[in-house]
Design a binder for this molecule. Structure first.
Ligand SMILES: Nc1ncnc2c1ncn2[C@@H]1O[C@H](COP(=O)(O)OP(=O)(O)OP(=O)(O)O)[C@@H](O)[C@H]1O
Ligand SMILES: [Mg+2]
Length: 237
């Protein structure tokens, strides 16, 4: 029952988009996912309302510092994976979410400002380790990457992270219209109208690879359900 938090104190880094992509893909694979929407902008909650009931996926809105742990405790038995969407600010909520996470994913676009927001999260994780002995596993996921070219600033950000020995996922999240459109249309990538949205297949492949890579990092591996959605159990990774 891993808890995954997406964090970057820089607003607009791509947290909410990455949360939605991972949550819908894990649910599609058969994992029961609960998203804790702790962002006051409530993008995921609005998407959920627009989408209606989704198989294997539930969203809890207005999650606060006071309610976060209770939501996790109360939904433990019906959830294989919790995913937390945080606001793009430095707050006590960030500290709390980091502290209860099995893995923290830090979305970074190829810009110096984004890298600074990521550094704040990395420093926070280091501080929790130093002061409280908490070892919080974490990785950077590059987002809004141009599928065709590596920009100079993206290469610089990668070099900076490698220097600091920060794990960077092999699968970046590409810049795709489909990743914007699911917020406008509701539902999943598969449900998007391929006539109107370009490269939906490529977008789906990108998200599949991202989700597989994230699953490989988890301390507990959940065995996906069969084609009829029957849950098959779980085992240690
Ligand atoms: N991979 C992507 N492809 C295309 N557009 C993207 C992608 N990732 C993010 N965006 C767009 O960038 C903007 C910011 O993304 P998002 O809301 O996911 O960031 P955030 O980190 O959650 O922001 P905040 O800190 O305000 O919560 C949105 O308009 C979103 O549609
Ligand atoms: Mg957000």
């Amino acid at each position: 029952m891993p808890v995954i938090t997406f964090a970057n104190t820089k607003g607009g880094a791509g947290k909410t988009t990455a949360v939605l992509l991972l949550a819908t893909e894990l649910a599609r694979m058969g994992h029961r996912v609960t998203v804790l929407d702790a962002d006051p902008q409530l993008w995921i909650s609005r998407w959920s309302e627009m989408s209606g009931e989704m198989r294997n996926l539930s969203v809890i809105s207005h999650v606060t510092m006071a309610s976060m742990e209770t939501h996790i405790r109360e939904n433990r038995s019906n959830t294989d994976c919790f995913i937390i969407d945080l606001p793009g600010t430095k707050s006590p909520l960030l500290t709390m979410a980091l502290g209860i996470s099995d893995h923290v994913l830090i979305p970074v676009q190829g810009s110096a400002m984004d890298a600074r927001g990521a550094s704040e999260v990395l420093e926070h994780i280091e501080l929790l380790n130093r002061k409280m002995g908490m070892k919080i596993d974490h990785s950077v996921v590059l987002t809004r990457v141009n599928a065709m070219i590596s920009t100079r600033s993206m290469l610089l950000v990668k070099a900076l992270l490698a220097e600091k020995n920060v794990r960077v996922l092999n699968t970046p999240i590409a810049e795709r219209a489909a990743f914007r459109d699911i917020f406008d249309c509701g539902g999943t990538l598969e449900a998007l109208d391929c006539q109107k949205v370009s490269n939906v297949e490529k977008a789906m492949e990108n998200v599949r690879n991202f989700a597989y890579e994230v699953l490989r990092l988890m301390p507990v591996r959940v065995v996906r359900s069969d084609r009829d959605g029957k849950f098959l159990g779980r085992k240690a990774a």
